[in-house]
Design a protein around this ligand. Structure first.
Ligand SMILES: [Zn+2]
Ligand SMILES: [Zn+2]
Length: 194
């Protein structure tokens, strides 16, 4: 399915568009860069102001993340090997998702790093919606969105690729069941915890 970009007039696949934006990604990026170049002073000033506004919030977020990670694995905080770094990156995704669910008052918020790994393995590291394999780059998606009162818990989380996640509005779940629940037995379910 190709869509014609109103700016450059080139027909492009849907993946080349951001959700709810008419222009294609290339045109969006070109426009943003041009705007920045022409308004550099104003952009820098706005950026600095934004930084000052968000400084405290970001400091707190970094600290929250630090303590959550430390609780999971105290040695991981200091580890500098590439394996430790990639593990930290993976855990950050899990920790950030929890913080997001907390902000949105999810009724249940107990999805663990171990469960996230199992979900991806159960889906063979493929996107739940389009089936594309994308090991290490899948994103978490909620069958019942957090905005509709969904929980951040095993039975409501599936793995999907970035592009399917960003245009999920047009992608209702094919089967409203979290596939992992069908493939692993209760006894193998990881304990709840951070
Ligand atoms: Zn375009
Ligand atoms: Zn996908």
């Amino acid at each position: 399915m190709l869509r014609v970009c109103p700016k450059c007039g080139i027909p492009k696949p849907v993946d080349d568009y951001y959700a709810n934006v008419k222009k294609c990604k290339v045109c969006c990026i070109t426009a943003t860069r041009a705007y920045y170049k022409n308004n550099m002073a104003a952009c820098r000033k706005a950026g600095k102001a934004r930084y000052q506004r968000n400084k405290e919030k970001q400091k707190k977020a970094a600290l929250d993340r630090y303590y959550l990670l430390k609780a999971i694995d105290p040695l991981l905080i200091l580890g500098q090997t590439s394996e430790q770094q990639s593990r930290r990156r993976r855990l950050r995704q899990v920790v950030d998702a929890r913080r997001e669910a907390q902000k949105r008052n999810a009724p249940l918020n107990d999805f663990t790093a171990a469960q996230w790994l199992e979900v991806q393995e159960a889906q063979e590291h493929r996107c739940y919606y389009c089936g594309k394999r994308s090991k290490g780059h899948l994103t978490q998606d909620h069958l019942t969105p957090l905005s509709q009162g969904g929980s951040h818990t095993l039975h409501n989380v599936i793995a999907c690729c970035r592009s399917c996640n960003s245009r999920k509005g047009t992608h209702p779940p094919l089967i409203p069941v979290q596939p992992l629940l069908l493939t692993i037995s209760k006894s193998r379910m990881p304990e709840c915890g951070p």
